[in-house]
Unconditional design. Structure first.
Length: 279
């Protein structure tokens, strides 16, 4: 997808009618059909927001699995807070910018001549890891607060109808009533051994969601903060490269086989509950 005037680009994964084949993409070998035409039909839309300094490619196990099961998946590369362009890391500006970027992407997808007509007429699901979790909560109605106690100006979008949070950064949502505007169903996945976004902090923040019956929180035993990223190629799994590391004894490969299936099952449950078709 081409970037907009403010440098926002995205990776798209979608059902297609052509066979896939092993293709080098960044440091990975992915089984995809590059630039293949969309399969006929309309597909539910999923947005996935990466963590601070991250990349859409880090979630390819999840996004490709969803695309193969009938979802159109869009993963923005957040300007100023992504791999190769991280000059806004740790700034309050990125807390303002990220939600706007996600809404701009949604607007662009629905306005696109080829893609807009392929999006199913149903609620959009937004997923996020780490600071991506903060991002999708903001778009779904969350009101974050800065470290200096000021309200963070963000944009909300009623088109977001479900949230998957993977080790979400919830510090900005610890203030009273910060999440009272989030009414979408939520699946929160936390990591048992996560020092960056601790399970206890996430649970404290998400306790502020207005309808506990629509919130499900699951802790992944043995996992760490970066376990939600797709496994890196062997040459990147070095001790000094933190995103490739997991707590001792944790099997990221096995977890990354389970995670897409868990997410797909959850999405199917939501669609059946809304009267849609399961994936």
């Amino acid at each position: 997808m081409r970037g907009d005037a403010q440098g926002l680009t995205a990776v798209l994964h979608y059902p297609c009618a052509e066979p896939s084949y092993p293709t080098p993409v960044g440091p990975y070998q992915l089984d995809v059909a590059v630039d293949a035409p969309l399969a006929p039909g309309r597909f539910p839309l999923v947005l996935i927001s990466h963590g601070s300094g991250g990349s859409p490619l880090l979630y390819h196990r999840l996004s490709l699995h969803l695309a193969r099961h009938g979802y159109l998946v869009a993963l923005p590369k957040h300007p100023g807070n992504s791999l190769g362009d991280d000059h806004l890391a740790q700034s309050e500006q990125i807390l303002r910018d990220r939600p706007h970027q996600l809404v701009r992407l949604l607007d662009a997808l629905l306005a696109d001549a080829a893609l807009g007509g392929a999006v199913a007429d149903e609620a959009v699901t937004a997923m996020g890891h780490s600071l991506g979790g903060y991002t999708v909560l903001a778009v779904a109605g969350g009101q974050g607060w800065s470290r200096t106690g000021e309200r963070i100006p963000v944009v909300h979008d009623a088109r977001i109808g479900a949230l998957l949070l993977m080790a979400p950064a919830c510090g900005p949502y610890l203030a009273p009533h910060a999440l009272e505007g989030v009414t979408a169903p939520v699946l929160g996945l936390t990591a048992e051994h996560d020092s960056l976004t601790p399970d206890a902090q996430i649970r404290t923040a998400l306790a502020g969601l207005p309808d506990a019956a629509r919130v499900r929180i699951e802790t992944i035993p043995g996992a760490g903060h970066f376990s939600f990223l797709a496994p890196f190629p062997p040459h990147r799994r070095t001790p000094e490269f933190a995103p490739a590391q997991d707590p001792s004894g944790f099997d990221r490969e096995r977890f990354q086989q389970w995670l897409p299936q868990r997410v797909l099952h959850w999405l199917s449950e939501l669609r059946r509950a809304r009267g849609g078709h399961g994936a």
